[in-house]
Structure formats: C-alpha cells, structure tokens
Design a protein around this ligand. Structure first.
Ligand code: OGA
Ligand code: MN
Length: 210
C-alpha cells in the first residue's frame, strides 16, 4: 500500500482554492512528488505502446468527431483500480475535490480524467472545456508528465485570462494547472516532442442521459 503523499489540508491544496476563488485559475509548479510523476509518465507511455490511446474527439454525444485540425492528441480515460500510480493521483484529486467543496461550496460530485499524449506537431486549438449542452464540468485540472522539457519543445498551455491576456504554462513534469471550466478559453500550442499529461474535470453532477 502506497503512503499517501498529500494530506487533505496540505498547503498546496489551499493555495489552489485561494487562487481559484480570487482569479479563477491556479498554477502549482511542484504539485506532485517526482517519483509519482515518473510513475504516471511510465504508465502513460506503457498504455501508448500497447495501443490503448485513441485519437481524441471534439464535441459530445452524437456530434462527437475526431478533427485533427482542432485537436491532435491521443487519450485514454482512467478508472479506479487500474494501477497504483493512477489510484494515488485519483486519491489526491479526491482530496482537492473535498477542499474545494468545503471552502467554495462548489458541490463537486465526480472527477473524470484521461491520459493525453500529443505527438510532435499536435496541438489543441482555442476552446472552452464546458460543452454547449452540458454545464456539469466546473473545474479543469491538468497535470504534466514531461521530464527535461525546454522552451523550444513547445506544447505550452496558453490560458486567455481577463482582457484576453495570454499566460503560457510550460508542460513541465509535476506541474498542475487548475481553472474554472466555464469561462477560461485556452489552447495547446504545437508540441515538438511527445507531450504527456493527465487531464481531468470535476463535475457537479452526473451527465443526464439525452
Ligand atoms: C483539454 C486541454 C490542456 C493541456 O484537454 O481540454 O485543454 O495543457 N488540455 O493539455
Ligand atoms: Mn481544454
């Protein structure tokens, strides 16, 4: 059994909550211990080698389609019980969910999360994470899994803050970015090498069948 690396009231979780309340986004550069980041990166590469990652689609339900001119990453959703590092991460996200609910009364009920791998040249055009016909996604969370990332490697997450001011985040291993899903346009700039991440969303209620 793995020792849980972050407790519920860890200062880093409270910093995320404060940032979200004040400005709608947070960036924590050393969120995860390096060991867990490396294990998650290895898990993502293993799944990729096994052919388990599939081209990501845009849209939802019947209007879902793969459009590489909009996003070129390959993804696989994760579920509890699949691997120790994934479970450790899901546990930490559950702690974050509880802290968000306790401090900001967000009523978050679920966390959905996928590995994403952007091969060289892949990008994700400017978008907002909340679907037009489903407003259950409240908070977006991206954890980066790349070691030795240097500026020329590209793949920055570009957040469009108030007044459309761009803020770029390098996808450096162990860094976490959290933002409100409803009103933060963002894009992923083209990556020059494989770019690995775990991307997830806290939802306030399960999707309604439609
Ligand atoms: C997404 C997304 C950002 C990133 O998957 O919706 O915007 O930095 N990802 O990977
Ligand atoms: Mn997004």
């Amino acid at each position: 059994m793995r020792a849980m690396p972050i407790s519920l009231d860890a200062p880093v979780l409270l910093r995320v909550v404060d940032d979200l309340a004040e400005r709608g986004w947070s960036q924590q550069n050393l969120f995860l211990p390096q060991g867990l980041t490396l294990e998650l990166a290895a898990e993502c590469r293993k799944r990729s080698r096994a052919g388990e990652l599939a081209p990501a689609a845009v849209g939802r339900g019947v209007s879902q389609e793969v459009r590489e001119g909009i996003r070129g990453d390959r993804i696989q959703w994760i579920e509890p019980g699949e691997s120790a590092p994934c479970d450790a991460y899901l546990h930490i996200m559950d702690s974050l969910r509880e802290v968000l609910n306790r401090s900001l009364f967000m009523g978050l009920e679920e966390f959905e999360c996928h590995f994403a791998l952007y091969p060289p040249g892949a990008f994700y055009r400017r978008h907002v994470d909340r679907f037009r016909d489903d407003d259950s996604r409240m908070v977006s969370v991206v954890l980066y899994l790349n070691t030795g990332w240097v500026p020329g490697d590209g793949g920055e997450l570009r957040l469009y803050l108030k007044g459309d001011v761009a803020h770029d985040v390098a996808p450096i291993g162990g860094s976490l970015v959290v933002f409100l899903s409803g009103d933060m346009p963002h894009e992923v700039l083209p990556a020059e090498r494989d770019r690995l991440s775990l991307t997830g969303w806290f939802r306030r209620r399960p999707n309604e069948p439609f």
